[in-house]
Write a protein that binds this ligand. Structure first.
Ligand code: PGA
Length: 269
């Protein structure tokens, strides 16, 4: 890694984000977050070395907020989706205003499961990025190619194109996080190699620089997601343009997730 990219990488606090998907009800979420906090505290995890965030189902958020506030836990939380609209006749949707009222820091936008099962287009995702920023919430913008995309267009063309459109919704000067999640790696047990992740994350940083400027690109955290586990996190984190992970299945396993958060203890492995 060149001296410059090392310095720039160090200026970005890594983010380890746990996407619970449709798992854990509000009572289970309280138990999990409490145990996670204890585990990290026992292990003397320094919150300054890696930020931890969990993404429970909407119905859990109020319970998680109450626990985090009451015990002053160093754990952030976010929603798994956000409506592009602020209020009105949109049955089943959740406004950014409601998320913000629960001190929600982040929201996942454009996860491949939303794209696949709910037909979310790049334009719809840009509108959700805009909604998050209207309410002071940091969108985690997910992009990634399918196995067919990879075969037809190579590794970065599709995620780069997806990100370019999504960034159209970003407000000037507002924080974003980007997650590169190859669809073929999600839930498959077959993670990208750290070199593959680096190649695409570097291309994504290039798009951010083009659209939002160099300073924003250098400050933005880009995560890798797709079959991340304790045994492969260190390799990803060694790469210049990978600033954390969006973790699905392994985020539901307490010890495994805590070990991923503590990747700095095993970067040499
Ligand atoms: P996985 O999911 O870690 O289970 O592959 C990642 C995600 O969907 O965000």
């Amino acid at each position: 890694m060149a001296v410059d990219s090392v310095a720039q990488k160090h200026a970005r606090v890594p983010l380890i984000a746990g996407n619970w998907k449709m798992n854990l009800d509000h009572l289970q979420s309280i138990a999990f977050v409490q145990k996670l906090a204890w585990t990290l505290k026992d292990a003397q995890h320094d919150p300054g070395s890696a930020e931890v965030a969990v993404f429970p189902p909407f119905t859990d958020l109020r319970s998680v907020q109450t626990l985090v506030n009451a015990d002053d836990l160093p754990i952030a939380y976010g929603g798994q989706d956000i409506s592009a609209h602020d209020s009105g006749a949109y049955t089943g949707e959740i406004s950014g205003a409601f998320l913000k009222a629960l001190d929600t820091k982040y929201v996942i936008v454009g996860h491949s499961e939303r794209r696949q099962y709910h037909g979310e287009t790049d334009e719809a995702i840009a509108a959700k990025v805009a909604a998050a920023h209207r309410h002071g919430i940091v969108p985690i913008i997910c992009v990634g190619e399918t196995a067919e995309d990879l075969e037809q267009h190579g590794p970065s063309a599709v995620p780069v194109a997806q990100l370019r459109v999504a960034l159209g919704g970003a407000a000037q000067g507002a924080e974003i996080v980007v997650a590169y999640e190859p669809v073929w790696a999600i839930g498959s047990g077959l993670a990208a190699t750290s070199e593959q992740a680096q190649q695409v994350c570097a291309a994504l940083r290039g798009v951010i620089a083009e659209v939002l400027g160099d300073d924003v690109a250098q400050a933005t955290r880009i995560l890798y997601g797709g079959s991340v586990k304790a045994s492969n996190i260190a390799g990803f984190m060694r790469e210049a343009d990978v600033d954390g992970a969006l973790v699905g299945g392994a985020s539901l396993l307490l010890d495994e997730f805590a070990s991923i958060v503590r990747f700095q203890k095993h970067v040499g492995t």
